[in-house]
Design a protein around this ligand. Structure first.
Ligand SMILES: Cc1cc2nc3c(=O)[nH]c(=O)nc-3n(C[C@H](O)[C@H](O)[C@H](O)COP(=O)(O)OP(=O)(O)OC[C@H]3O[C@@H](n4cnc5c(N)ncnc54)[C@H](O)[C@@H]3O)c2cc1C
Length: 361
């Protein structure tokens, strides 16, 4: 049971209104979907921009290194974080603008992403249904520009509100400032101008275009259309299909610890792809608009014989080789050892370096 300490008052005393409540020795095992062991020496929960500012302005915690935590579904803990963990719990969903061509919905960063998708559908505001069931929080969605079944966050993004962890200033960023890429944004960049670890996203605004258009180009959704004979699916129908497909393909983290896709799909030149096809005609690939080709990382891993295999207590999911799982009691080091072995195999056979998708701590 973690102790609760308030640097603004004695342990056990009722915290003054707006005092900073910093919990000590918090286990993170239940706060990351891989279920990896790690402990936060100090953790603070923030439910507003003002709460983040209180951390930044605090004489002790303001200077401390900080790590932002959402739902822990895209993290690999290989050690205890050497930082004050900021758990983002800004809640609330509301419509901020309703016009003939778009509706803008704002959600607190601590709201569950899937909960937001359900809320919008229940309020007759479709547009997010292809991204149903992606675990994690709204605040983390822009960090890696989440995406699934033909839609990425950037396709529905309006702007976000964030608090700078050095100055405590609240800023508003539009899509351009977020520099979205494939599973990437300025919030993952550590170089000059990068914002990795430098700010807390507190609210995200999404633009839901009107009139609604179904996005069903993705192969799995096409198959559903063919099988069901429903040629004009409703938003709810697409939501239901996406949920069914995902439940069949991906392990539920509550049952089998995982972080979803462990590697990004590599992008290669058309020439490189032709070379690979000459050797492996079955390779799953998707031509991109700029002439490059995206390869299915799961296919590459499967071709190297990894599906269903384990290294220690970490393993490769038997239904989808792109997902690494915790078979029970695995450590982050075991997961990384497995990931590196897979990277080596894929490199030796295809000459392609797979890049992990989750953030390794
Ligand atoms: C079963 C499964 C399926 C998945 N499927 C998909 C999928 O289809 N598509 C997809 O894109 N992803 C998928 N993921 C990955 C994951 O769900 C997303 O990356 C998600 O957005 C992570 O949210 P989180 O709140 O858990 O973030 P965390 O794991 O807590 O954090 C991830 C990163 O974001 C940062 N961060 C978190 N919150 C904030 C904030 N408020 N402000 C600033 N930085 C923040 C953290 O510091 C960390 O660097 C899947 C994961 C699982 C387990």
């Amino acid at each position: 049971m973690p102790a609760s300490a308030t640097p603004d008052g004695p342990v056990g005393a009722a915290p003054a209104r707006h005092a900073l409540v910093v919990e000590e020795g918090v286990s993170l095992r239940m706060l990351n979907t891989l279920g990896l062991p790690a402990q936060a020496a100090y953790l603070v929960r923030v439910d507003s921009e003002a709460a983040v500012r209180r951390v930044v302005d605090h004489p002790q915690w303001g200077m401390a290194p900080k790590m932002v935590l959402g739902g822990g579904s895209n993290l690999v803990f290989t050690r205890d974080p050497a930082a004050l963990v900021i758990k983002v719990e800004v809640m609330g969903i509301r419509v901020v603008h309703e016009g003939p061509q778009e509706v803008i919905v704002e959600a607190g960063a601590g709201v569950g992403w899937h909960e937001l998708v359900c809320w919008t559908l229940a309020h007759g505001l479709p547009g997010l249904e292809n991204m149903a069931l992606i675990p994690g929080t709204v605040g983390a969605a822009p960090v890696q520009n989440i995406g699934a079944y033909g839609v990425e966050l950037k396709d529905r993004f309006h702007s976000l509100v964030a608090v700078d962890l050095v100055t405590g200033r609240t800023v508003e960023l539009d899509a351009r400032a977020c520099v979205f890429g494939y599973r990437d944004s300025v919030f993952k960049q550590t170089g000059f101008g990068g914002l990795a670890g430098k700010s807390v996203i507190t609210r995200v605004r999404l633009r839901l275009p009107r009139p609604w258009q179904p996005i069903v180009g993705y192969l799995d959704l096409q198959r559903r259309i063919e099988d069901s004979g429903i040629t004009s699916p409703s938003p709810q129908q697409i939501f239901d299909w996406v949920c069914e497909i995902r439940r069949a393909k991906l392990p539920d983290p509550a049952v089998l610890g995982n972080a979803g896709s462990f590697f990004k799909n590599p992008v290669v030149s058309a020439e490189q792809c032709r070379d690979i096809i000459a050797r492996d005609p079955g390779i799953v690939h998707y031509p991109l608009e700029d002439g490059s080709v995206k390869l299915a990382a799961g296919w590459l891993i499967d071709a190297c014989g990894w599906k269903g295999r384990s290294v220690g207590r970490a393993g490769v999911y038997d239904k989808q080789a792109l997902v690494l799982v915790n078979r029970g009691g695995a450590t982050g080091a075991e997961v990384l050892t497995l990931a590196r072995a897979i990277q080596t195999s894929v490199y030796e056979r295809f000459g392609i370096r797979l890049e992990p998708e989750p953030i390794v701590i």
